[in-house]
Design a protein around this ligand. Sequence first.
Ligand SMILES: [Zn+2]
Length: 443
Amino acid sequence: MTRCSKQIRQSLFALFALALIPSCDLTDSGEEAPFQEESVGESVPVEAGTVDFGDGPTDIIYEVIDGQAVLHDDMVLGPVDLVRSGQFVLADPNKEVEGPVKAAALRSLMAWPNGRVPYKIDTLMFPPGSPMFTKIMGAISEWNTKTIVKLVPAVGNQYHVNIGFGSGCRSNVGYLGEGANQNIWLSFNCSQGNIVHEIGHTVGFHHEQARVDREDFITIEEDNMQPNTEIYFQTYIERGRDGIDFGSYDINSVMQYASHAFSDNGKPTIVREGCDANALFVPPWCLIASQPHLSQKDQVAATRMVVGSSPDWVKFENDYSGQCLRPEGGSRTPGATVTTDRCTNSYSRYWTIVDNPHGDGELIVNRWSYLCLEKNPNGYGSPYQNTCTGNAAQTFDIEGTTGTRRNMIFKEDTNICLRQVPGQTTPVFTTRCTNTGSRRWLQ
Ligand SMILES: [Zn+2]
């Protein structure tokens, strides 16, 4: 098919689809519809099949939407023809296997190389300046300014995710690998929050309520669900998938379904643990709202996704004091001062150095908090840990290998180094770079 005829077909399809979109997708208050409400209805066929996720055939159950095999309503595996024929292989089995974060996705889905996600937007459907284009760019900006992940316009034939038109808000999950055809599908009803959510799938996130530990935090009520939507509420184990529950359960995650997702009778399908979804009056504190923005835990989980499951963890031991760098008090809180303490084997003493997806330099991520070492804006003040965003204050210039004593130089200003003040155990300061022991750190 020529590109031209394909475009015409897409446009016709768009007009047809638009005519079918009920106006009730927008709430009376004019707010954008939450991502769950672009329900595909009751007629979605469900099939069982076998997919090779890179570690041999695995039985799965999926829906068929727009010719794609789909899990959990909006997570797209790939063309259904390939899945039916048993020829669908999700990922290159020779590449590093990377589990997803948040809840789980599919075991062999991988993080995007170096945390960079190249993308192309279908500007025929979503031209620059249009409301959809603005929402897409807003969602991309949310990820780029709040997380270690960097979405960048694809260059030439670079592997990328296509952001184009579809009948709902959907995405593939995780990095599919070179040679795959990776997409985010958006209808004109998708809100900016929906798109932030779909990018979450692209990055490798599963739904929050698919976590294995969800029973301690939420209660799922099947009786209130639309027919055939029960599978949207399964955990990744119930779906026969592997994964990890990273961090603690996050009711404020952009990946969490709202209380009335796929409700058939106006009653909640999900309430907080300890609440009764079928009570005559369900109090507001029992209900969960869909979130349009990334939560703090979403941000940290993105760092976990990019750092990967088995990086080189190192301790930074001060050459003068023999003490090791760590967040003060073993804190996991953003803004907590970074200091030194005895060199034990607790996770808070371990760090890893990752290439900054946002530009030059390297980021230093703590194993306990998954936060980044960041320079104090007050010149020579104590550095602290903060959410990894790849900003200038977080970038270092470290080329050392294990066993090397060297300065830890902030890239933003090449004459600012981390220093253990002689005679004091804590805290650490940033100061002029010299070649004294107090400025040298042994990896
Ligand atoms: Zn989703």
